[in-house]
Design a protein around this ligand. Structure first.
Ligand SMILES: Nc1ncnc2c1ncn2[C@@H]1O[C@H](COP(=O)(O)OP(=O)(O)OP(=O)(O)O)[C@@H](O)[C@H]1O
Ligand SMILES: [Mg+2]
Length: 237
């Protein structure tokens, strides 16, 4: 990966000066996002390095999904500058709040949607990764269940596993533990931590539940009413 090759999205009101990303995978400079009269994000300045684990926290409406939208390139700023890595060099996999699963297909069939012959040597290798993830996330006995018959927690795990099976450089998840209990949330963190340590995967995880993610190791970016209030280690917030 060459993260020097970045894309820059510039808001209309502030053109700024273009530069390389350096060690930063993502960089936001004085970025604001509005929806009509609503100021979803206000003058956000932040950077995220390759290999970081970052939790974006804040109450409902604080701007978490908007921030993730900027990082994933789904949303453009009204002002300020957003630099993200080039998709040709860095693959970002996203788990949205609406999980975007195929209801009439089974859990396993939904996972196979991540299969790509350019990133796996063969289907056997993919199947092994699939079964390993099913084991550690605890749904190995549910692979034949149709999504329409699955509960919220299982659907969430399938969406997360599908994203991981695409072997992303960056994993972005919006409220990935919304339907998970604390034990499953911890197990998810441990899986993401392994991918982070072993594969260098950058993790960006949005949660309204600050108290939960404070228990996990990573950096917190806390938003309130569209403003970045705090960024740093969980123990100081
Ligand atoms: N597409 C949109 N159109 C209009 N307003 C929007 C849109 N997206 C977000 N907003 C508003 O922008 C603000 C920030 O929303 P955002 O979804 O980023 O917050 P959030 O922290 O993700 O909230 P939640 O925890 O409920 O998911 C809110 O006031 C929201 O109503
Ligand atoms: Mg949201």
């Amino acid at each position: 990966m060459n993260f020097q090759q970045s894309q820059t999205f510039t808001g209309q009101k502030n053109t700024g000066v273009q530069g390389t990303l350096g060690n930063n995978l993502f960089k936001l400079e004085d970025v604001s996002v509005t929806f009509g009269d609503i100021r979803a994000l206000i003058n956000i300045k932040l950077s995220i390095d390759k290999g970081e684990i970052v939790f974006v926290t804040g109450a409902s409406g604080a701007g978490k999904t908007s921030l993730l939208g900027l990082l994933s390139g789904d949303l453009k700023p009204d002002s300020g500058r957003v630099s993200v890595p080039s998709p040709r060099r860095c693959f970002i996999s996203k788990v949205f709040q609406d999980l975007r699963l195929e209801n009439r297909k089974t859990c396993e069939q939904n996972l196979w949607a991540a299969y790509d012959s350019t990133i796996y040597d063969n289907k056997k290798e993919f199947k092994k990764d699939l079964e390993d993830l099913a084991g550690v996330l605890g749904f190995d006995n549910r692979l034949d269940l149709k999504i329409k018959d699955a509960n919220g927690g299982l659907k969430q795990k399938i969406a997360i596993a599908r994203a991981l099976l695409s072997k992303p450089d960056v994993f972005i998840a919006d409220e990935p533990t919304a339907s998970l209990d604390t034990g499953n949330a911890r197990r998810l963190f441990e899986v993401l931590n392994i991918y982070n340590v072993k594969k260098g995967m950058t993790v960006i995880w949005a949660s309204h539940n600050k108290e939960l993610v404070k228990n996990f190791s990573g950096r917190i970016i806390h938003l309130e009413n569209g403003k970045l209030i705090y960024t740093g280690h969980a123990c100081f917030i």
